[in-house]
Write a new protein. Structure first.
Length: 369
């Protein structure tokens, strides 16, 4: 009997310093001193949830240029190849073209006809003022003049597209010395993503010779689950990470959403534009994407305040005088070491953020969940 009483005393003695009143836990002043507890007051703040996606990088097609010859010609000199970086105005290739010679001859002929109709227009206008010619004659001359001017502009435009500068065209007018060679130049700073020609090749009019891409920004193509579409809006912020720079995140924005859901995997195509000013991103890379979705006001608490027992999440509310209440809460996903609380707490509640593990140990020792 004495042995039973002693054993019972050994069991209940720890309970003398830690009391549980219903769902509350009370620590003695001595235990409070050694527990190193810290608390905060719960406030409401904006919570931005995120959707995790994977995608692949492609060139921004708005900044991709297809470079072709306007006239037929033979490649006499190839100055760049695929993957070369080029500057705006840089010569990519030189060509020789009999067609260009003919285009220059056509331009000179159009110039001659324009000058002729211009002179005739001035002469007939003067005769009309004197009443010597009819109004219909003046209208006919004006019509011929407009046609000649339009034809001249078309011929000039063709020479410009073929690579002749304004100065070369002006020189051609002053001294009709036909040029058989012309150049293909880059319209932008960028990188040659495609080169389809070689020296000696006959390049047809309109045939692509190069593609030059401006890689200062890229697209990230992603597939967004249908379940997340109600939260996603065009313009949403995105954080992009690639394997080559795992410690660095690139900021982008959701540029557009597709028009049709993929029936096989129930996703919708999305396109993100990301700045690439440092030149660390390349088309073809795989990317991990964290896409911001609908923001709302919610209670946000430090992740250190939340503890779990099984599938349930709890926090300790500090009630004062060494008393604490384990409170079951509904939570969201952790972001930047903060966890949103959707149920179980109110604004203004005081919760424990440091020493939670020790309180949990006391609580479970006393029969808590």
């Amino acid at each position: 009997m004495n042995f039973f009483i002693k054993s019972l005393l050994i069991i209940v003695l720890p309970l003398a310093s830690v009391h549980v009143y219903g769902a509350e836990l009370e620590l003695s002043p001595e235990q409070l001193k050694t527990a190193s507890l810290a608390t905060i007051t719960v406030t409401s703040r904006e919570n931005t949830s995120r959707v995790k996606l994977t995608g692949s990088l492609t060139a921004d097609q708005r900044k991709s240029h297809r470079i072709a010859s306007v006239v037929e010609g033979i490649v006499t000199e190839l100055q760049v190849v695929t993957h070369d970086r080029v500057r705006k105005g840089q010569v990519l290739a030189k060509l020789r073209s009999n067609t260009l010679g003919q285009a220059q001859a056509d331009y000179l002929e159009a110039l001659f006809l324009f000058q002729l109709t211009q002179t005739e227009k001035t002469r007939i206008a003067g005769l009309r003022r004197e009443g010597i010619v009819s109004q219909s004659r003046l209208l006919k001359v004006n019509s011929d003049y407009k046609s000649a001017r339009a034809n001249l502009e078309q011929r000039r435009r063709l020479l410009s597209l073929a690579g002749l500068s304004d100065q070369q065209i002006k020189s051609l007018e002053d001294k009709p010395d036909l040029l058989a060679e012309f150049e293909l130049t880059s319209p932008i700073d960028g990188i040659v993503s495609v080169s389809t020609i070689e020296s000696g090749q006959l390049l047809s009019a309109g045939e692509a010779a190069f593609h030059v891409d401006d890689l200062s920004s890229l697209w990230v193509d992603v597939q967004i689950p249908v379940a997340s579409l109600s939260l996603v809006t065009v313009g949403a912020e995105a954080l992009i990470q690639v394997q080559s720079t795992p410690d660095h995140s690139f900021r982008g924005k959701l540029l557009s959403l597709g028009a049709e859901v993929n029936s096989q995997n129930q996703t919708l195509a999305g396109r993100i534009v990301v700045a690439n000013s440092e030149g660390l991103l390349y088309p073809g890379m795989y990317a991990e994407v964290s896409l911001s979705v609908a923001a709302n006001q919610s209670l946000m608490v430090p992740a250190s305040a939340v503890f779990r027992i099984g599938d349930q999440a709890y926090v300790f509310q500090a009630l004062g005088a060494g008393r604490f209440e384990p409170t079951r809460v509904g939570i969201g996903s952790e972001t930047d070491k903060l966890i949103p609380i959707y149920s179980g707490l109110d604004v203004g509640a005081t919760i424990v953020t440091n020493g939670v593990a020790e309180l949990k140990s006391h609580w479970q020792y006393q029969g808590g969940e």
